[in-house]
Write a protein that binds this ligand. Structure first.
Ligand code: TMO
Length: 312
């Protein structure tokens, strides 16, 4: 075990730093992805660790492949395991070993097809998916012919929208956005024309404070929907369901973290964000246009009562 020279003086005293000085000075590696709350939250936690004396590095990674990276110890943890998008990849990694469930955030999540409220004027039967399907031509574009256009997220989030469309026999074509900001640009452009639009969205997010809207109601999610064809309305297909309407948001840790950085692993277990806190992290970037690092610093300054107790 290496001793961090900076902390040697502290190690002479009975301060909390004395404990830390016995821990590895290797950087804790925090993966960041391609949506704002996750990037800001990663910097929030990174800055908390730095305030405790740890070295921290950030690495931008694919949001599905990251579970394999955590399992192998290439990155140390993951702060936003969304059930809808990543439940399957997380469970697969758990079964292989090397990664552990580091507990749930207080937040309850939903990720699914979504429309801003004005879309309902064009398709009054919403939020039912059957009503959406009956209105498909109102969502048609030159790119999709007579089929409706659904703008999904970047391909690494949810790879199975096309399977859902096929399983439910929907008249929609899935187009994947290149980035989260392309989703918001689509809604802003539709708003100007008062045009109907259906995109992939999630909560908690900044969107709910900017554009009131609703999720499309698909056949209810059930255990096995994504890997066992037999359940659901189509007995021959998987993915014939919506995502969980009350999904979890978990943290995950490399199994070696507790031995290498024990105090940091303990803090990770205590980290617990709420829906409004996560929506606020996204807003600082997507509405207020701060850089993620600055958004994290601002968030920490405004919320010391929340996070300081986790480090004590
Ligand atoms: C994983 N995400 C929150 C973008 O749905």
């Amino acid at each position: 075990m290496k001793i961090k020279p900076m902390l040697l003086a502290a190690a002479m005293t009975a301060s909390p730093m004395a404990v830390l000085a016995m821990e590895s000075s290797d950087p804790i590696i925090i993966p960041t992805h391609n949506w704002s709350s996750q990037i800001v939250m990663s910097h929030v936690v990174g800055q908390i660790y730095e305030s405790m004396g740890y070295n921290v590095e950030f690495v931008s990674t694919d949001s599905q492949a990251v579970y394999e990276s955590v399992r192998l110890g290439d990155v140390t943890l993951e702060l936003e395991v969304w059930e809808g998008a990543f439940g399957v990849s997380f469970n697969e990694a758990l079964e292989k070993g090397g990664i552990e469930d580091a507990g749930d955030h207080n937040a309850v999540t939903r990720e699914d097809w979504w429309y801003p409220m004005w879309t309902k004027e064009h398709c009054p039967g919403l939020p039912s998916w059957e009503a959406l399907n009956a209105c498909a031509e109102k969502f048609a574009t030159p790119e999709t012919g007579d089929k409706g256009r659904f703008l999904g997220g970047p391909v690494d989030w949810l790879k199975h929208d096309a399977e859902r469309v096929a399983a439910l026999g929907m008249n929609f074509t899935v187009v994947n956005a290149g980035s989260a900001s392309a989703l918001w640009a689509e809604v802003a452009a539709a708003e100007k024309r008062n045009a109907p639009v259906v995109i992939f969205n999630w909560t908690p997010n900044f969107v709910e404070a900017v554009w009131p809207g609703e999720f499309v109601e698909f056949p209810t999610y059930f255990e096995g929907c994504k890997d066992d064809p037999s359940g659901g309305p189509n007995p021959d297909a998987t993915h014939d369901c919506g995502n969980p309407p009350n999904g979890y948001l978990k943290k995950a840790a490399w199994s070696g973290m507790a031995e290498k950085w024990p105090k940091a692993r303990e803090v990770l277990g205590k980290i617990d964000f709420t829906n409004p806190q996560i929506a606020e992290m996204a807003k600082l970037v997507d509405v207020d246009e701060l850089e993620p690092e600055d958004a994290a610093t601002a968030w920490l300054e405004a919320n010391a009562d929340t996070w300081k107790p986790w480090t004590e």
